[in-house]
Design a protein around this ligand. Structure first.
Ligand SMILES: [Ca+2]
Length: 199
């Protein structure tokens, strides 16, 4: 009896941990159902014993794309992408937060014209449609925006990144031009997409 109760508890615990992810048999990649800002997404992965996805080489880019295609998780439109672990460090260079390696060192997945650091505030890396095409690509974007996110099982070997002392610079309040309580982001990527106000 105690064994059964213990088993039920364990199942319930892990079900709760992974309930925020799309139910797929994949043991490497996990796609969230919810949308969070980048820092919250990083923490959400960690709370489930996972880490935000980093892409270190062409094979990993292909594996991730295969996962998204296989489970029909490809973004339907440009603004429906996923956070990855890449961030612009205070020194201006992009690193994969989870491995501490430079973004784009062995595989260049940036969309055409990216990273463009719009308003000098696009510090986080997302993977989404490449300017409306069916191809997936990376884009730097505002970390305060809420996105779905991709976690992966922690790497068993390879480089490990160290957490920064302070991630708050990523999600600091952004003062953008305001029009009727809405922000207009005049990026060539989006032209006149209407944003909800940052808070
Ligand atoms: Ca960008």
């Amino acid at each position: 009896m105690l064994f059964r109760i213990g088993l039920l508890f364990i199942v319930a615990y892990f079900s709760a941990c992974f309930s925020e992810f799309v139910d797929t048999p994949d043991k490497t990649y996990f796609a969230s159902k919810e949308e969070l800002n980048w820092t919250d997404a990083k923490n959400a992965c960690a709370e489930s014993g996972l880490e935000l996805v980093s892409i270190l080489n062409t094979k990993e880019q292909e594996l991730l794309e295969t996962f998204l295609k296989e489970y029909q998780l490809i973004p339907e439109y440009r603004w429906n992408g996923y956070w990855l672990s890449g961030i612009r460090y205070p020194n201006g260079t992009f690193y994969w937060d989870t491995t501490g390696t430079k973004v784009g060192e062995d595989v260049n997945g940036w969309a055409l014209g990216e990273p463009n650091n719009g308003f000098k505030r696009e510090h986080c890396v997302e993977i989404t449609l490449n300017k409306g095409a069916s191809l997936l690509a990376w884009n730097d974007y505002f970390c305060v925006e809420e996105r779905r996110y991709l976690c992966q099982s922690p790497r068993k070997d390879g480089p490990r990144g160290q957490d920064l002392d302070d991630y708050s610079y990523l999600t600091e309040k952004i003062d953008l031009p305001v029009a009727k309580d809405e922000y207009i982001i005049p990026l060539d990527f989006v032209n006149t997409r209407v944003q909800t106000p940052y808070v």
